[in-house]
Design a protein around this ligand. Sequence first.
Ligand SMILES: Nc1nc2c(c(=O)[nH]1)N[C@H]1C(S)=C(S)[C@@H](COP(=O)(O)O)O[C@H]1N2
Ligand SMILES: [Mo]
Length: 416
Amino acid sequence: MSRKIQRGLFELASRREFLATSLAATTASFVKSTIPFARFMPAGYIPVTLAAAPPDTVLADKPGLVLLNDRPLNAETPAHLLDDDITPAAHMFVRNNGIPPEDTDADNWTFKVLGESCENPRAYTVEALKRNFEHHTYQLQLECGGNGRAEFRPRASGNQWTTGAIACPEWTGVRLRDVLEACGLRENAVYVAYRGGDRHLSGDPHKDPISRGVPMSKALEDETLLAFQMNGADIPAAHGAPLRLVCGGWPASASGKWIREIIVRDRVHDGAKMNGTAYRVPCTPVAPGTQVADENMCIINSMPVKSIITSPESGIRSSRSLAVRGHAWAGDLEVTRMAVSIDFGATWQNAQLSAPANRLAWQHWQAEVRFPQPGYYEVWARATDSAGRTQPMLVPGWNPKGYLNNATHRIAVEVS
Ligand SMILES: Nc1nc2c(c(=O)[nH]1)N[C@H]1C(S)=C(S)[C@@H](COP(=O)(O)O)O[C@H]1N2
Ligand SMILES: [Mo]
């Protein structure tokens, strides 16, 4: 059996497993009203009508994305679907912590700027925001802090992201700085946080699903936007319409969707998922599996240097020469060197690396590799940032929730 077929079967099997488990909840609520004998359906049974649907249509507007959880909705993008220079909405991963708002119509949306370090708290409509402030467009990369979590051992709980929680669309909006300055920042302001219009999974209106923030220095950067457009169109509902914060290069959890409040804090924000093991890692390295005391956990800021191979797709058959390409990014920094290896990291060959469209955008790279003889190969890709740090070949720094895995991406190639 060829690897391609083997892999296909594996994917099919795991897809079935997925359908049987995580779809059960949706199925139950979906069929209750339309299938009279739903009460006799065995737990986990997949109605033939759903089972027969091609796996591609699991998310109607995101063909090919892999669903990791359906409540809350979490779906990742296979590496070969990240090939575009600018990530289209259809290929952008989705990471929800709660239940998204139902009405995301810009005409009905207001948001407030407030907080103990805000001089003149005030509310804006989306329209007023667009009218009052200058518009800026940047291509900004968003990577979930948990991207790569699936590789940590001992296993970390949470969505088992492999490589697909990264995207780099183009965002248009106003600078958060301009809005904050219009409302007046007190001298004691240290952090800017958000609250979104989504609800906690429990349904409790007093609980936020997530409410994170960034220090003043990040909030005031040119590229930190309150965005109302993605790729030249209104932001899709799943990605935070009608208004989203975009803090490129930081864990994407800092980029609040469905913005209802921007809160200027006189202390490090203490909202949902700012404490404990959420988006925090041991301040100094620990042995895998260690219990880390709260005071030894530090908030993640800039994401580490990383890269991905977007073409070809892993598992292809190739002739003796092969063109490979992908993207590389380095949080707040720039990628300065990109290299590939076909011998499991023994030797490396430089790839061609392009400059970013702007600060905090990913960079494209490409290389031509030659295989010495037929057989099984892996192509590994490795980026180095402007501070001289290079991606590790093995999973780095174990941490309780499995954040910041920036190990080299690898694809399998069968050379004939
Ligand atoms: N209001 C709100 N904002 C949010 C989230 C959320 O659940 N609610 N998820 C965060 C996390 S953890 C990530 S990784 C990104 C995901 O953005 P995307 O779904 O547009 O890809 O949004 C962030 N912003
Ligand atoms: Mo995330």
